[in-house]
Design a protein around this ligand. Structure first.
Ligand SMILES: NC(=O)c1ccc[n+]([C@@H]2O[C@H](COP(=O)([O-])OP(=O)(O)OC[C@H]3O[C@@H](n4cnc5c(N)ncnc54)[C@H](O)[C@@H]3O)[C@@H](O)[C@H]2O)c1
Length: 383
């Protein structure tokens, strides 16, 4: 097969490219090497066996060239930092996807399948169980509650206590610009795919972990932040109280899911969660990371929180497991692999303070009310 991977210079894209080449496919990458992801320019892991087009998924000419002569498209290019340039999320993630379908239809291209990368973020705060009201889908927590350190989620019907449940693909409750753009992308792929007979699949990845994840995004998963802090021997900040639940998925499990839905006709026109299948608290993940780095550094629980973050989210992966996939690797393995890769890289810039300050400036990171701030240590932004 001739496969186009948009975003093929990135974290998930580059591992997908490697697996496709190993499977005997011919691969073309379309990537604009955007910053801050590629702060140091073109990564040296891009294989010479892959054709590389430096171009933008928002640009019709670039996409037309990239789609020419291709059988399969993995559309992984995206804008991801949760910053306040709202329109860019829709331009890159939604408009870029629509343009792929526009060109396929206009040029009657014989594309056999389009696979788009969606996100667990589409499910927002996810599914909860209330002992009085049954299954409920709460929205994000209010700023006034968070400022009072009331981290828990309340039942949207009765206000009572609720318990987080694994969320299946039917849960759609995007709560921020990134999640809304990813939901648009899913709808574009599945609806236009069905209407024009272009087999399409959307994969909602949970938090993906492994080597090649850029060091330079402002907003990112806890594992990368913890690893970088421990690498620079700095105490990482844990937002809220660290008891938030997440599921983490190893990059190799993601690549296996990508290849499975590429090959299986049963996957067509469906959305699939691709998650780790086990819940971890953020504190547990820190402990795993600290063990991986043999570090005794304690994290800072400083009264900071990221406004818009979900309290808990965990994907129900039963739909994809019915196709024969299951996650094989643990966060311990992901952290070990990321650490080893980190250690091999020289010349890593420490942009963490800058990134944290930028998120404070753009009001992504907030703090609890002054009276509730911990007295020691003195609060400084040190993400
Ligand atoms: N990493 C995760 O935990 C995670 C979780 C859920 C969903 N996803 C989705 O998976 C996909 C891949 O994510 P990743 O972690 O590999 O990200 P990444 O930032 O490492 O890779 C994205 C690549 O897309 C390229 N790109 C960005 N904008 C572009 C544009 N306008 N034109 C062309 N190329 C562009 C970047 O240069 C980069 O190489 C994204 O769609 C992302 O939304 C990732």
């Amino acid at each position: 097969m001739r496969v186009l991977v948009t975003g093929g210079a990135g974290f998930i894209g580059s591992h997908t490219v490697d697996a496709l080449l190993a499977g005997g496919h011919s691969v073309r990458i379309l990537d604009n090497l955007s910053k801050p992801v590629h702060l140091k320019g073109r990564p040296d892991y891009i294989p010479v066996a892959a054709e590389f087009i430096l171009g933008d998924v928002r640009n019709r000419y670039d996409l037309e060239s990239a789609l020419d002569g291709v059988d399969i498209v993995f559309h992984l290019a995206a804008y991801q930092d949760y910053l306040t340039d709202f329109s860019k999320f829709f331009q890159v993630n939604a408009v870029g996807t629509a343009l792929i379908y526009e060109i396929i239809v206009a040029r009657k291209l014989p594309i056999q399948k389009v696979i788009v990368a969606s996100s667990q973020a589409v499910m927002g705060e996810g599914k909860y169980l209330c002992s009085r009201c049954g299954i409920v889908y709460p929205n994000i927590r209010s700023l006034s509650r968070l400022k009072k350190k009331q981290w828990g989620v309340g039942c949207p019907e009765c206000g009572g206590e609720v318990e987080s449940q694994p969320s299946p693909e039917s849960v759609i409750n995007p709560q921020n610009q990134y999640a809304m753009s990813k939901h648009s992308q899913e709808m574009i792929a599945i609806n236009l795919g069905q209407r024009y007979g272009i087999p399409s699949v959307a994969l909602r990845y949970s938090i993906v972990q492994g080597p090649r994840q850029s060091f330079y995004n402002a907003y990112s998963g806890a594992a990368r932040l913890f690893c970088l802090h421990l690498y620079f021997k700095k105490a990482p900040t844990i937002y809220e109280d660290g008891r938030q639940i997440r599921d983490y998925i190893n990059i190799m499990d993601v690549v296996a899911a990508n290849l499975l839905v590429m090959e299986s006709d049963k996957a067509n026109y469906q959305v699939f969660n691709v998650g780790g299948g086990r819940a971890y608290s953020v504190l547990e993940l820190f402990e795993i990371t600290a063990a991986g780095f043999k570090s005794k550094l304690e994290p800072r629980i400083s009264g900071e929180f990221r406004f818009g973050d979900t309290r808990h989210i965990m994907s129900d992966i039963s739909r994809l497991t019915r196709l024969g996939w299951r996650p094989r690797y643990t966060p311990e393995k992901s952290i070990k692999d990321y650490r080893n890769w980190l250690m091999e890289q020289g010349n890593i810039d420490d942009v963490m303070d800058y990134a944290a300050q930028e998120m404070v400036r753009q009001r992504v990171i907030r703090r609890v009310s002054r009276a509730l701030l911990p007295v020691e240590p003195k609060l400084t932004v040190n993400l």
